[in-house]
Design a protein around this ligand. Structure first.
Ligand SMILES: NC(=O)c1ccc[n+]([C@@H]2O[C@H](COP(=O)([O-])OP(=O)(O)OC[C@H]3O[C@@H](n4cnc5c(N)ncnc54)[C@H](OP(=O)(O)O)[C@@H]3O)[C@@H](O)[C@H]2O)c1
Length: 324
């Protein structure tokens, strides 16, 4: 295949980021933008000299497009991905893959059945640090514990979207980018327990602050824990991450990764390879009709939403959710 022709859905911050990236590539061409927001949609389309289409359903049906890039809010990713895959398009979607497990499963199954490249915007596929850790983990024995803690002050740039249960899901869902890497490293999950408290929760699903925990047992053994408290009274954000294995503990500090054992601590340097963006990876896979790595990563993205949405179910039903 020659140049990959792309349609983008959404015209906010992430759409601007993607169109800029794709417009710098000579292997891809953005042909049209669809957005429910005619003002920002038209402005973005005009800036990049592409067509504006008001409705995404019309965009995904077009025969002059090879791939669809989804940059809408979390509540519509799954629906748009499924519609695009049903129209035989390749799909690059912002995380989370979907706001329901059923939609995520349908999207992954369609991509596999139709041999389409479905990529979710988890950057681990092109992260040389993550891939160095992935090489190192098997040498460190069995997982005992993964522990992630994040404390975030303020309410973020757009609280009406992020701090909104129907649109973004529970915090474990909009922070899915911290669940994905642990699933990629340690595999699928046997059970999930979630807990959350919201301050100022309204009937419309908005809230002011939250504390959210997710605990899992990995099928291969070991426990995973994620804790976030957001919108809280703290001067600066704090983040703490550890992978505790029987042969050593991996930690992240000052932008670097380290492995510590009884003998001392050493940096885990990123693997030595040329850099490639996720957009370049997706376009290259479409051109080469190479779907196997994308299918594997999409299955990981599906397991990650299974964890976050099962945590939501666990909170609702006040019980441990056991996964098949
Ligand atoms: N990969 C990353 O690093 C990263 C970073 C930030 C965000 N994200 C993800 O990217 C996605 C978009 O975030 P953003 O910051 O770009 O949001 P944003 O600035 O609000 O832009 C979202 C765009 O999609 C449109 N839209 C939303 N729902 C739609 C629907 N159902 N149908 C058609 N158009 C729809 C919005 O229209 P309106 O203007 O009318 O709302 C807006 O144009 C989110 O899922 C977010 O979690 C990823």
């Amino acid at each position: 295949m020659g140049i990959v022709n792309i349609g983008i859905v959404g015209s906010g911050g992430t759409a601007r980021h993607h169109i800029e990236r794709f417009s710098q590539m000579d292997t891809a061409k953005v042909v049209a933008i669809a957005s429910r927001n005619a003002q920002t949609g038209t402005a973005l389309a005009e800036k990049y000299g592409v067509e504006f289409v008001p409705d995404w359903q019309a965009l995904v049906r077009r025969s002059d497009l090879d791939g669809i890039v989804i940059c809408t809010h979390n509540d519509s990713h799954g629906e748009i991905a499924i519609a695009a895959l049903r129209c035989d398009k390749h799909v690059f979607t912002e995380y989370p893959l979907a706001r329901s497990i059923g939609e995520g499963e349908t999207a992954v199954a369609l991509a596999q059945a139709n041999q389409r490249v479905l990529r979710v915007s988890h950057s681990e596929a092109v992260s040389h640090s993550h891939n160095a850790i992935k090489q190192r983990v098997p040498e460190l024995g069995d997982l005992l514990l993964t522990a992630f803690l994040r404390l975030t002050p303020g309410r973020g740039a757009r609280p009406e979207i992020l701090f909104n249960l129907p649109v973004s899901g529970p915090p474990a869902h909009f922070f899915i980018y911290h669940i994905y890497p642990m699933i990629d490293l340690f595999g699928n999950v046997a059970w999930v327990e979630g807990g959350a408290v919201y301050e100022g929760l309204t009937d419309q699903g908005g809230y002011n602050r939250f504390a959210n925990t997710v605990n899992v047992g990995f099928k291969s053994g070991g426990i995973g824990q994620w804790t976030w408290a957001g919108g809280i009274e703290i001067r600066e954000a704090e983040q703490h991450l550890r992978y505790v294995l029987t042969g050593g503990t991996i930690s992240h500090s000052g932008g670097k990764w380290y492995c510590s054992t009884g003998l001392g601590m050493a940096e885990i340097p990123p693997i030595d390879a040329p850099s490639i963006s996720l957009q370049e990876l997706w376009v290259g896979e479409i051109q080469n009709q190479e779907t196997s790595a994308a299918h594997r990563d999409a299955a990981t993205a599906l397991e990650a939403i299974r964890v976050s949405l099962s945590a939501e179910q666990s909170m609702r039903e006040n019980r441990r959710v056991v996964l098949a």
